[in-house]
Design a protein around this ligand. Structure first.
Ligand code: C2E
Ligand code: MG
Ligand code: MG
Length: 625
């Protein structure tokens, strides 16, 4: 509780409510729905009064004149007041008071009456818990020469508290943050600020897999860890779900001349702070929470030396930087740059177009043949294509990561599976013998949700719907996707294999994983990444790597596929090294369903690709790519 009016003290007076400016101020604020707590005022330079709304009385405090500021008694009052302010808000309160009152010492031009400035803060309520308060005040020199301070201290109502506070963590929320930040930015001069957005990576999967209570515990832990780590004077808030805000203002006096050097110092400081937060949160989670997954944090920052004076814009920029950081992977960090906004806009369009394409069937499948060492056709990889109306093409490498981040990948993958299965069924009904199809799985599909608890069951249900035997389908999952959450991936993939599907590890060698992965996971196929194959036969390092992978795979009884085979020399070498299956432009570019059907009809799958008449290799670009 802030200093209360000394109602029964020796200075009790009654105010002339009609004339007194402060009383009018109270009336107007009360009408605006704010609960007046008390106010301090130097009317006519006589004394500081406090007013208690409940009793309707006004009374003089111990201070007797405006000169108290010079003698220090007012500072004693303020020091006591600040000591009752919430620790997280104290530095801000001191800064507010300093900026506000330093003019008392410096001298003020008579007659100039500034507008009120305000500060929100938490202080102890009589019951002992923290309550939100707002002080609105201004200071000026009256024409008669006296320094006048007038203001209102309001205790915000419960409704206001609900509006400003996050219940789960008791941290200020987005609205409180925006108002606070705007207050700081409005100061003359505004201090240098770094606005930092922090967001837990893949938080949704915690809610989905372990329930809401675990999600809440994670949020509370994150808030507690951040509170401990917070530098003096920094603002901490929870913006929503798993998103936190930290505002640093290391240079509290503000920079008169916002130079590039100041911005660069601030940028270094912001990045260092984010790295510290990331490190402590990640370590804290590992120590305190018993969750079978590694939690990481991403961060984005924006700085106000860039000249931005609008709180909402700065917050938006920090969020844009965060989205950019997230796109680059987990535990990332980015400082806002203008270019991000354009990229984000492009992305938002792409997300919307993806939605439309999923709804309206705007995708196609391509099938890239896989051959054995005789060149005989033994399989085909199913590859997603997104033709654009203007003839451009957006590659899966571009839109799949976006669809994964937005969750659109689930519907997209289901479409791929349905289309591939129905195509298999159609070829079969035509009397053709289609080869086994390899379909790419996304890491997102390995994260169970309430609607999709098991990818294995989903795959089986789809196969049943199209009367397809699971052994007609091989599923490819990348090494990095598996490593993202080993425990969950293992559980999900065991179900997939138990359902009768063949499982392959795609892009093997790119994820820096140990070969132990091959022993732990129920895989039957290892696909050597095309980046290694493409540097063959010249690169000795790649040759050794490919040789090693093929050797170990063979020892573990796994089938091997080399992707990205582009020339005869590569094919020959890979055969010598004992690879089982080959895929690449040397044999075929991805084909349309129509081209595949034609091939099947012509019986090429039985005669083998080696019998194809030259000049098939290398092939001309075919559609779709
Ligand atoms: P991936 O699964 O490793 O697919 C192989 C990629 O290598 C394909 O690129 C294919 O067109 C390309 N490729 C094949 N032979 C050669 C060659 O000789 N030289 C070169 N330079 N490239 C070759 P694409 O179709 O652009 O697909 C890129 C990635 O997008 C795929 O990599 C896969 O991770 C993902 N993807 C494609 N379709 C799907 C899908 O339906 N679902 C999911 N989750 N991912 C998909
Ligand atoms: Mg693949
Ligand atoms: Mg691959």
């Amino acid at each position: 509780m802030l200093r209360r009016a000394d109602q029964d003290g020796p200075y009790k007076h009654t105010l002339d409510t009609e004339k007194n400016r402060a009383i009018q101020l109270i009336r107007s604020t009360t009408e605006a729905g704010v609960d007046i707590f008390n106010f301090a005022l130097f009317p006519e330079g006589e004394a500081m009064r406090t007013y208690n709304r409940t009793s309707g009385d006004a009374c003089f405090t111990k201070f007797t004149s405006a000169e108290v500021w010079a003698t220090g008694s007012a500072e004693a009052f303020l020091t006591e007041m600040v000591s009752q302010v919430h620790p997280d808000d104290q530095a801000e309160m001191v800064s507010y008071i300093q900026v506000h009152y330093q003019s008392c010492h410096n001298g003020i031009d008579p007659g100039a009456v500034p507008s009120f400035s305000s500060q929100r803060f938490r202080a102890r309520k009589p019951q002992g818990d923290w309550g939100w308060h707002e002080v609105r005040s201004r200071i000026y020199r009256h024409e008669n020469g006296l320094v006048i301070t007038e203001g209102v201290m309001t205790e915000l109502t419960e409704v206001m508290q609900l509006l400003l506070e996050d219940k789960l963590t008791t941290l200020p929320n987005r609205l409180a943050s925006e108002q606070w930040l705007q207050g700081v930015l409005d100061r003359e001069p505004a201090p240098d600020l770094a606005v930092i957005n922090l967001d837990l990576d893949r938080f949704q999967s915690i809610n989905d897999s372990f329930g809401q209570a675990s999600g809440d515990a994670v949020i509370q832990q994150a808030a507690a860890i951040l509170r401990q780590q917070l530098p003096a004077g920094a603002w901490l808030a929870r913006l929503e779900a798993d998103e936190f805000l930290v505002i640093l203002h290391p240079n509290r006096q503000g920079s008169d001349n916002p130079s590039a050097a100041a911005a660069s110092d601030l940028a270094t400081e912001a990045e260092a702070a984010v790295r510290r937060f990331q490190e402590t949160i990640q370590r804290g989670f590992a120590e305190r929470l018993e969750l079978p997954l590694r939690l990481t944090v991403s961060g984005g920052a924006s700085l106000n030396p860039s000249g931005v004076t609008c709180a909402r814009t700065l917050l938006q920029q920090a969020n844009t930087a965060l989205m950019e950081a997230k796109q680059r992977g987990q535990a990332g960090y980015c400082l806002y740059s203008e270019a991000f906004s354009q990229a984000i806009e492009w992305r938002l369009h792409l997300e919307r177009d993806l939605d439309l394409a999923i709804e309206r069937g705007g995708f196609q499948l391509a099938y890239q043949p896989q051959v054995d060492c005789h060149g005989d056709w033994i399989g085909a990889e199913v590859l997603l294509r997104w033709p654009q109306p203007d003839g451009r093409s957006i590659g899966p490498d571009v839109f799949i990561p976006i669809a994964e981040q937005t969750g659109q990948i689930r519907r997209l993958s289901q479409w791929v599976l349905d289309t591939a299965c129905s195509q298999l069924d159609r070829w079969r009904q035509e009397g053709l013998q289609p080869p086994r199809l390899a379909i790419n799985l996304s890491s997102v599909q390995l994260e169970p949700t309430a609607e999709e608890p098991s990818v294995g069951k989903l795959l089986l249900a789809t196969c049943r719907r199209h009367s397809i035997n699971p052994d007609q389908i091989e599923l490819e999952i990348t090494e990095t996707a598996v490593l993202r959450n080993r425990t969950m991936a293992l559980q999900q993939l065991e179900e997939v294999v138990a359902g009768g599907f063949r499982l392959g590890i795609d892009d093997f060698g790119t994820g820096y994983s140990s070969l132990q992965l091959l022993q732990t996971f129920p895989v039957q196929v290892v696909k050597v990444d095309k980046s290694f194959v493409q540097r063959l036969p010249d690169s000795t390092t790649d040759l050794q790597l490919v040789q090693g992978v093929l050797l170990i795979a063979r020892q573990l009884g796994l089938k091997t596929v080399a992707e990205g085979v582009e020339n005869e020399a590569q094919w020959q070498l890979l055969q010598t090294l004992g690879c089982d299956t080959y895929q690449g432009y040397f044999f075929d570019r991805p084909l349309t369903a129509q081209q595949m059907g034609d091939r099947l009809r012509a019986g090429l799958e039985r005669r083998g690709l080696k019998e194809l008449p030259p000049p098939l290799r290398p092939t001309a670009p075919a559609t779709p790519q």
